[in-house]
Ligand binder design. Sequence first.
Ligand code: FAD
Length: 281
Amino acid sequence: MSVPFSFEVFPPRKDMPVDVIYNTLDQLSDLEPEFISVTCGAGGSSANAGARMLEVASAIKNKYNRRSVAHLPCINLSRDEVADMLIELDRADIHDILALRGDRVPNVEPKEDFPHAADLIRFIRQQTERKFKVYAACYPEVHTEAPDFDTDLKHLKEKVDAGVDGLITQLFFDNNSFYYFRDRARAIGIDVPIEAGIMPVTKKQQVERMVNICGATLPIKFRRILDKYGDNDDALREAGIVYALNQIVDLLANGVEGIHLYVMNNVYVARRISETVKYLL
Ligand code: FAD
């Protein structure tokens, strides 16, 4: 059976018309990913993020006829707001959710209904039973707020037990961290599929930002690439594609159950990687 290969996109900024993303979606859907997921307020932005996410996720499903996964961060939502969103998603024929706690929004006091993603997952299951396929996030290199690996893994097990169908990892650049995490997860009975989140790096600032946000470790060979090509956009983009492909080949050879590509709305990069990956799945 073929391994799922999916993309993640983000909606246009709120001051841009939503249809600026249609050209991107058009080309991404031609690459026939298993699904396209849509971020919602990632990085802690905007009050109206849910509506934007829904618009884009709905276009993926209803305009481009692809499976669409809606990211649903809960930290700033009440139960009623989540219940309304579930109705909207069902109406738009979207039945795949990535259930998240969400990034904290600066100067916004979180609501109290869903302190953790597990609370959201329990709520989705209570309200809608198995109507939605529910994914959740996991962190091979440990979530930045967790005190240690074992505590984070224990919380992940609770989250999975709340009713998760599959996990998608935070991006990582060293496959060994993924293999260690996967072995430890399996050892404590986390048995749902774990899809590996891979981000092809195209800009030096992008790496610096990602390392700050999610604490990804940069292996020495990756640092050398940044040192050599960091000031040359074309060279770094090509090196980033090759690096991501090497990661993917190794993951597939080691039995990964899915590859989720953080394409950052970059069609060129998605196409280049898809052209090779389609022979490997
Ligand atoms: P949780 O599973 O709730 O975990 C958060 C922290 O709480 C962890 O440290 C965990 O160990 C701890 N914890 C969990 N349960 C308990 C408990 N019972 N008691 C004490 N501590 C506990 N963010 C967005 O805002 N929008 C997006 O679209 C988005 N997309 C993402 C996609 C992917 C694939 C990934 C990996 C992340 C994404 N994020 C997004 C980021 C995510 O929201 C943040 O990493 C957030 O800080 C944690 O979300 P979570 O769902 O993993 O939280």
